[in-house]
Write a protein that binds this ligand. Sequence first.
Ligand code: FAD
Length: 382
Amino acid sequence: MVVGAGLAGIRSIEALRAHGFAGRITLVGEEAHRPYDRPPLSKAVLLGAADSSVVDSDLDALDVTLRLGTAAKGLRDGVVETTDGELQFDGLVVATGAAPILLRGEGHQHVLRTIDDALALRAKLLPETRVAIIGAGWIGAEVATAAARAGCQVTVVEADDAPLAGALPVGAYTIPWYAEAGVELLLGTKVGTVDPDGLTLLTGDRIEADVVVTGVGVRPAVAWLEGSDVELDNGVLVDEHLRTFAPNVVAVGDCANWWSRRFGRRMRIEHWDNALNGPDVAAATLMGESAVFDPVPYFWSEQFNHMVQYAGHHAGARMILRGDPERDAGWSVCWLTDDHRLTAILTVDRPRDLLQGRRLVESRQRVDVVRLADPGVTLRDC
Ligand code: FAD
């Protein structure tokens, strides 16, 4: 059985079949929709270029029983309790993803997690509409991009002193992008409550808005597992095989907190590539094979006409710029270990750097730091 009908859920079913599982598979999903991709929601769907992002997967050929519009409520030995009754399983994939955090207040807060969220928000993005976006993270920046393009008056309110601060130490380089798009960016500004007519800040100041979008992060959607044998700590705790502490239960995607051999630490990654690739290992584990999940994490974001891409993990590493963010059309940031190995790379409009940098992170080979700092030298030759 697979619980969670998102990307990780459907890829888990494909992987189980690919690994030779011929038994019955049931897919339990809280949303009424067939599995779909979320990245287009804040891009093509919000911009009006697409109305759907259903994952291209042949559910008939996969021979899967769909239980959509059904939420899992609890787990005990071999049984998932759902809003539709109890379902028995021999093996279980937990793929329930993550859910947006809401702030205090009586006003309506749009979030952006589901296709329904995206279509509801898109309908509100009309010219001259005053849109307040809370959070200048990945979602906030992409929503601001779409809202500005739709002709809205957009204000982004960010508690930190730079965009993307929760994820990267270089988000300050993106500050000019907001003004160039005609978006007001208020940094170091904390929201107290969301009200029916806008925001009240902690200082007591008010920001009037017709539409409020809250993009302050997500929490793993694992409350249904509380009290079960599955151990929870910032998501579902799994080992390097994506195995939980409960027998025949694996976890994948945004909800899984796995042990990374490569980086020697636990990781929970809320990005598409992770949900795409984890299921192969999870399926192998359920089938009794010995596979290890040890990816170089990767994600991208499309904001303010820039393609931002990242691969690796940069905590504690030395940072080196390739190019000048204030002058160059494209630039990259590399993070190096003490012994000159690339551990992470961020690229802005330099896809080739990303491709070659990702390979360097994977191969762990030493690099020439002087050449690396020269954007004219291809990373392959560093
Ligand atoms: P989800 O996609 O969240 O799927 C989990 C499913 O489980 C959901 O349908 C949920 O309803 C269901 N569920 C939850 N609880 C229960 C329950 N108790 N019972 C049954 N079902 C349940 N990543 C990138 O790398 N680049 C991007 O540009 C990018 N853009 C994004 C834009 C948006 C708007 C969003 C929301 C995400 C974006 N991501 C991006 C992140 C990426 O989409 C996620 O990492 C990915 O969707 C995770 O897949 P998942 O299957 O683990 O979880």
